[in-house]
Design a protein around this ligand. Structure first.
Ligand code: URA
Length: 228
């Protein structure tokens, strides 16, 4: 029986459109190249029902990378992260903390929209551990290339992807954690902005929103301190 050639370490040839005549294209050493490769990702079944891969956005030298869970309905249609209702909440909090979104990198732990049909609506479905793990290949590339001062996990799925283990947000929220194997990049965990939208009443929403903005301020102070 004919055996296929061993796969070179760190490379998954079936994912990339490069040819043997163009070996440099295999080197996923820029965000633009990784984004292009991720556009045809079939690492897990989620690509089958999603409209497109929603890759991260922002400068390659961003000091902070914000990581959400996965694209929602709007993000899936527009091909951009955090442009739906949770994204609007996120933008508002960033602005209040004096963060220019164009200067940070925003991405997701899982790059395809996972959903269930409920009548004519596509309802968000939580990605499972296997899907998070498969997609971590891309997040790892993003973090390696950008090498930010801080990786901010928004919610439990992102925390799992960044820290490599299931985490209780309330236990780690607000602290700056060292990331094993990523010297120079710390991690920070906070809630997902969509949790603010789900607050049961106006008072809770305001309190949780203020706490989220306080987290954004803490992030700004931390990055300023480690850059000084
Ligand atoms: N929720 C996320 O986690 N990411 C998005 O991009 C949008 C909503």
């Amino acid at each position: 029986m004919k055996r296929s050639a061993p796969r070179p370490a760190g490379r998954e040839p079936e994912l990339f459109g490069a040819t043997a005549a163009d070996p440099a294209a295999h080197r996923l050493d820029t965000i633009a190249k990784v984004r292009k490769a991720a556009a045809t990702c079939e690492r897990c079944p989620l690509y089958r029902n999603a409209t497109q891969t929603v890759f991260g956005e922002g400068p390659e030298d961003a000091p902070v990378v914000f990581i959400g869970e996965q694209p929602g309905d709007q993000e899936d249609l527009q091909g951009k992260p955090f442009v739906g209702p949770a994204g609007k909440m996120f933008d508002r909090a960033l602005e209040e903390a004096g963060v220019d979104r164009r200067k940070v990198y925003v991405t997701n732990a899982v790059k395809h929209f996972k959903f269930e049909w409920r009548g004519k609506r596509r309802l968000h479905a939580k990605p499972n551990a296997g899907e998070i793990e498969r997609c971590n290949w891309w997040l790892d590339k993003e973090l390696s290339i950008i090498a930010p001062k801080l990786a901010v996990a928004l919610g439990a799925t992102a925390a799992r992807a960044v820290l490599g283990r299931a985490t209780t947000i309330s236990k780690v929220r607000g602290g700056f954690l060292a990331l094993p194997g990523r010297a120079g990049t710390d991690a920070f965990v906070t809630v997902h902005p969509s949790s603010l939208l789900r607050a049961p009443d106006e008072a809770t929403r305001k309190r949780e929103y203020d706490r989220f903005v306080a987290d954004m301020h803490a992030i700004v102070r931390h990055v300023a301190a480690v850059r000084a």
